[in-house]
Design a protein around this ligand. Structure first.
Ligand SMILES: [Zn+2]
Length: 173
């Protein structure tokens, strides 16, 4: 039990006794103290417990969105890179996987040396295949990184929405 001002509720100053008037430090009025239940300081209103059912639904929705969107991103990636991958496989089937290390042709030999010219043409052609292979590989690489970045942003958004939904006060029934 504590003593407090009946007017403004301010706690009575130390030494105040029930039944004896005192000047209230809160409102300044001369008041007789009233006894009041000592209340523990009001703990910050904890958010109402999120019903486990709503939490499970929200988390379930977020996970479903994660997997469905993930599958969609993989699908779009495969779609966008299908042509490039097909051509890459074809290049490797025809020219061998080591085409990626084909050396550049260097300087063109004189026209009066047909054997050197033939060898140079073959080197040049092979190097062009290598260049094409590199272009296709970098294109699929860019698509992959783009999809990954988009999916990461999407996942962050989904997580943020889920956290927001979980933190939102449960609707009154
Ligand atoms: Zn008062």
């Amino acid at each position: 039990m504590t003593l407090a001002c009946p007017e403004c509720g301010a706690p009575a100053p130390r030494g105040a006794v029930a039944g004896r008037a005192y000047a209230c430090p809160g409102c300044g009025n001369p008041v007789l103290p009233t006894e009041r239940e000592a209340r523990a300081p009001a703990a910050a209103a904890a958010p109402p417990p999120v019903e486990s059912g709503r939490r499970r639904r929200t988390v379930g929705l977020a996970l479903a969105a994660f997997f469905v969107l993930g599958a969609a991103y993989v699908g779009v990636y495969e779609l966008l890179t299908a042509e490039s991958k097909r051509e890459l496989a074809e290049l490797e089937r025809i020219h061998g996987a080591d085409v990626v290390t084909a050396p550049p042709p260097g300087a063109r030999p004189a026209a009066d040396d047909p054997a050197a010219l033939r060898a140079w043409n073959a080197t040049r052609d092979r190097y062009e295949v290598r260049t094409r292979h590199e272009t296709l590989t970098s294109r699929t690489g860019w698509f992959f990184r783009g999809m990954l970045a988009a999916f990461a942003a999407q996942t962050l958004l989904t997580a943020w929405l889920a956290v927001k939904a979980l933190r939102a006060p449960s609707p009154r029934r």
